[in-house]
Design a protein. Structure first.
Length: 150
């Protein structure tokens, strides 16, 4: 019985991955630039370091150029810092696109949790998501998701 439930859960997660999308970066360039200024102001307000601001700005600019690659928070889309944008999820997506290998993905997952905490997202929510990402990475589900998306 536990195997059936596990398989169904994995299939459900894969379904969510397959159907995850966001239209945020399909806004006009002017709107996206205005929102980038807002994101930078928020990062400063929440006392992100200059290196964090550069990292997150680089992520944002990448998705302006490649909006089809952005899906935001895949399974849960309940946290946003500005309308329709989860900034830590955006930076996490960018890292996953540019880093290969499980070790680098796990490091990106941990950074995702740290970024959420900087935005004062509750500890259990932030690191609960990190824990689930660790499980997804270590179980091989992420690799399956990449095969399905192709």
């Amino acid at each position: 019985m536990i195997y059936i439930i596990s398989i169904l859960l994995i299939l459900y997660i894969l379904y969510l991955y397959k159907n995850s999308s966001s239209l945020y970066f399909y806004n006009t360039k002017e709107k996206l630039q205005d929102n980038l200024n807002l994101v930078i102001s928020l990062l400063k307000n929440y006392q992100f370091s200059n290196l964090d601001i550069i990292r997150i700005t680089e992520s944002y600019n990448y998705f302006i150029e490649y909006p089809e690659e952005f899906d935001g928070a895949t399974i849960v889309k309940d946290i946003t810092q500005i309308r329709d944008l989860d900034v830590p999820a955006m930076a996490h997506d960018f890292t996953y696109i540019n880093e290969t290998g499980i070790k680098k993905r796990l490091k990106a997952d941990w950074q995702y949790g740290k970024d959420m905490r900087k935005f004062e997202i509750p500890w259990l929510t932030a690191y609960g998501r990190v824990f689930l990402l660790f499980i997804i990475n270590l179980s091989g589900i992420y690799s399956l998701k990449n095969l399905i998306k192709k």
